[in-house]
Write a protein that binds this ligand. Structure first.
Ligand SMILES: Nc1ncnc2c1ncn2[C@@H]1O[C@H](COP(=O)(O)OP(=O)(O)OP(=O)(O)O)[C@@H](O)[C@H]1O
Ligand SMILES: [Mg+2]
Length: 311
């Protein structure tokens, strides 16, 4: 389904804090209409918090500042009632575990229809469109699926339902946070193909570098709450500049015998325990005293924030 809405997401200086701790710092990026952008990085790098701050769904006690706009409309620091109108309509999100997002006591068809009646469609129209949507996410026998309850579906089918719900009001931007991690490999592949095909514009979060390469055109690499590198998949994956990206790619490549190449030394510090200056410097084999000062993300197209980039 190609949405008739063409939206541009623009994020500028997004910072997310819990108490005094900065969990995401000064993140800036754009997603053009129809563009598919991946967000990668190890666990704890701030990927989910970045996405949740765009949706206005940050957990209690966590706040966002900076600017994020979708077609010029503010997403950060606006009242909840305005966000409710945007959510599910202008931008939607699909999470990892669909079982927790679906109501176990409500039939699938009614749940898909509900997101449309909430945004002003008549019940009759919503019911009809729900069947069409279930078909579009390639669920066989949409009428049977519509009558089923969530527990009667497989994990892969439930995730397709979540995608149908996310796309029900034809949002301009879809955000997916590890949408296929819980699925087995063959089902995962089908789901990824489907997302790549029907997302209007996409912010796709994953740990899996192969997945991001198959779905996206462009990628943002996050570490320690910052974007450390960004560019086209081709540039970043074939010629990583930031030493973190370089390590991430080396660690993900399997040798012919299936043993892993050396991984990045040390582990990701907990929130609030990243070093000052370059957040990666305590794990970086190339760090010098220069790295005590924070490098800015520089470069057009292919940008990196590293004082000693790879060639
Ligand atoms: N409610 C919260 N209060 C305080 N700190 C939090 C909260 N939620 C997340 N954090 C911290 O913020 C950091 C970034 O979390 P986030 O969930 O965005 O990481 P992530 O990149 O999505 O990781 P993963 O790949 O494991 O999903 C982590 O160190 C996490 O512990
Ligand atoms: Mg996450």
């Amino acid at each position: 389904m190609v949405s008739d809405q063409l939206s541009t997401l623009s994020v500028e200086g997004l910072t997310v804090r819990a108490d005094a701790v900065e969990l995401v710092r000064d993140v800036s990026f754009e997603i053009a209409p129809g563009e598919r952008v991946g967000l990668i990085g190890e666990s704890g790098s701030g990927k989910s918090l970045t996405a949740l701050s765009l949706m206005g769904l940050l957990p209690e006690g966590v706040t966002a500042s900076g600017q994020a706009t979708l077609d010029g409309r503010d997403l950060v620091g606006v009242p909840e009632r305005r966000l409710k109108r945007l959510r599910g309509r202008e931008l939607s999100m699909v999470f990892q575990e669909p079982m927790t997002a679906l109501n176990p006591l409500m039939r699938i068809g009614a749940q898909v229809a509900e997101v449309m009646t909430l945004h002003g469609r008549s019940r009759q129209e919503a019911r009809e469109r729900a069947l069409g949507l279930l078909g579009r996410v390639r669920l066989p026998e949409p009428a049977d699926i519509a009558r089923a309850y969530p527990h009667q579906l497989s994990g892969g089918q439930r995730q397709r339902v979540m995608l149908a719900i996310a796309l029900a009001n034809e949002p301009g931007l879809l955000i997916c946070d590890e949408p296929t991690t819980a699925l087995d490999v063959t089902v995962q592949k089908q789901m990824l193909d489907l997302i790549a095909e029907i997302a209007p514009a996409l912010l796709f979060i994953t740990h899996d570098l192969a997945v991001v390469a198959s779905v996206c055109e462009r990628v943002l690499v996050m570490y320690g709450g910052r974007v450390v590198e960004s560019g086209s998949i081709r540039e970043v994956f074939t010629r990583p500049r930031h030493r973190y990206t370089e390590g991430l790619l080396a660690a993900s490549k399997l040798t012919p015998r299936g043993t892993r190449l050396p991984t990045i030394k040390g582990s990701v510090p907990g929130a609030g325990h990243f070093p000052d200056g370059c957040v990666f410097r305590n794990r970086c084999p190339h760090a010098t005293s220069k790295c005590e000062k924070a490098p800015a993300l520089t470069g057009d197209g292919h940008a990196h924030a590293c004082w000693h980039p790879a060639d």
